[in-house]
Design a protein around this ligand. Structure first.
Ligand SMILES: Nc1nc2c(ncn2[C@@H]2O[C@H](COP(=O)(O)OP(=O)(O)O)[C@@H](O)[C@H]2O)c(=O)[nH]1
Ligand SMILES: [Mg+2]
Length: 353
């Protein structure tokens, strides 16, 4: 075997490098079979996304709809200036968003009344909705001011994962919570995740002793993730959910088990909380843009040794889900992409932040 093909095999590991090796040996070849074509596409796409985690686009700008002034955009590497950020991905959510957001804002205001040190922001990310989502979201900005509610417009559709990534990268909280625009999980449940994240962070900081108090301890500096879990509701949910949702759920569970080892039961619950330090590491690396980005998050947590806990939350199936049968091939594609990206070394994990 020529030395360069041996070198490539060493670099990229035991993967199906058939098309590349053939091309190197015999020069460019006409791709004949669709199977070869597909594997070429995976390599090409994984290669294209190798720098995708780097934040190279022009800085995002928030617009204040009251004054039409542009508000400078914060970045996850900056120190936190709020206690908590709520990140809401919203795609064609003109009907489901207003109710969920009203409930969320009422809760957040109540907490501020009780505790003046509780500061918050809500970041809504709309990536090319074709309905009135943008108008609905800006109405909330007008009502609550751009300091409390912000909208990031990504122009065209990228997917839930990418929307959340952008929201996380431009938020100001010590704690960052992602939640769905349909209010599937009651916002009050964030307290369960919050208590858990505080307990784990303290215990990590004091190496096992969470009762210890140290004035230098800052929650934002200790990388911790807490995932809302609906595992306790699974039996009932299985009976009521569409068959392909159950199929996806089980398939996902198996894939996560294979990709990341045992531990996490149902990573795709849309209610997850991260400390700022964890979000910085995770969202500056995550490359999947659609439904499987949760699996990549679990994988990255394991690589960074970020502790993940699961906390049971309430959850209701809200009509109008965007997951459908067509999501299945996309999920499989993303999983293959992730596997190729990391296992070939094309997707490097950056720990520079
Ligand atoms: N920005 C953005 N959000 C999305 C996209 N796809 C789904 N979402 C959001 O992800 C959340 C969960 O979506 P949903 O359809 O309810 O999924 P399900 O609850 O898993 O069935 C909602 O807030 C959606 O608006 C997308 O392509 N872009
Ligand atoms: Mg939903």
């Amino acid at each position: 075997m020529p030395i360069y093909t041996k070198f490539l095999e060493n670099q990229f590991g035991p993967f199906n490098l058939g098309p590349i090796l053939v091309a190197l040996k015999f020069g460019p070849v006409k791709v004949r079979s669709t199977k070869e074509n597909r594997s070429n596409n995976v390599f090409f796409e994984a290669y294209k996304r190798r720098n995708n985690h780097q934040h190279i686009e022009v800085p995002a700008i928030f617009e204040d709809p009251n004054s039409l002034k542009q508000v400078p955009c914060p970045h996850i590497v900056d120190p936190a200036t709020k206690y908590i950020s709520l990140i809401i991905p919203a795609f064609n959510e003109q009907h489901r968003l207003p109710g969920a957001l009203d409930e969320t804002m009422n809760y957040l205001q109540q907490r501020t009344l009780k505790d003046s040190s509780f500061t918050y922001e809500v970041v809504i990310i709309d990536d090319g909705s074709t309905d009135e989502t943008k108008r609905v979201a800006f109405e909330f900005v007008r009502k609550y001011t751009v300091d409390k509610v912000r909208v990031i417009l990504l122009g065209r559709n990228h997917g839930k994962g990418e929307a959340i990534r952008k929201g996380m990268l431009h938020s100001r909280g010590e704690l960052l919570l992602m939640l769905d625009a349909d209010g599937a999980t009651k916002v009050t449940d964030l307290e369960k995740l919050e208590n858990q994240i505080h307990a784990v962070a303290k215990s990590e900081y004091h190496q096992g002793d969470s009762s210890n108090s140290d004035p230098r301890f800052r929650i934002s500096d200790v990388p911790v993730a807490v995932f809302g879990s609906r595992a306790h509701l699974e039996e009932k949910a299985l009976a009521t959910r569409k068959w392909y949702r159950n199929f996806l759920m089980k398939g996902f569970h198996l894939v996560v088990l294979l990709a990341s080892g045992p531990g996490i039961l149902l990573p795709q619950c849309g209610f997850k909380m991260f400390t700022r330090a964890a979000a910085r590491k995770l969202f500056s690396n995550v490359r999947l843009k659609r439904w499987c980005f949760d699996v990549e998050l679990v994988f990255l947590c394991k690589r960074f040794k970020i502790p993940i806990s699961e906390v049971s939350v309430n959850w209701s199936e809200i009509p109008g889900s965007k997951v459908n049968l067509l999501s299945i091939p996309n999920m499989l594609w993303e999983l293959v992409l992730m596997s190729v990206g990391y296992r070939t070394g094309m997707w490097r994990i950056s720990n520079s932040t």
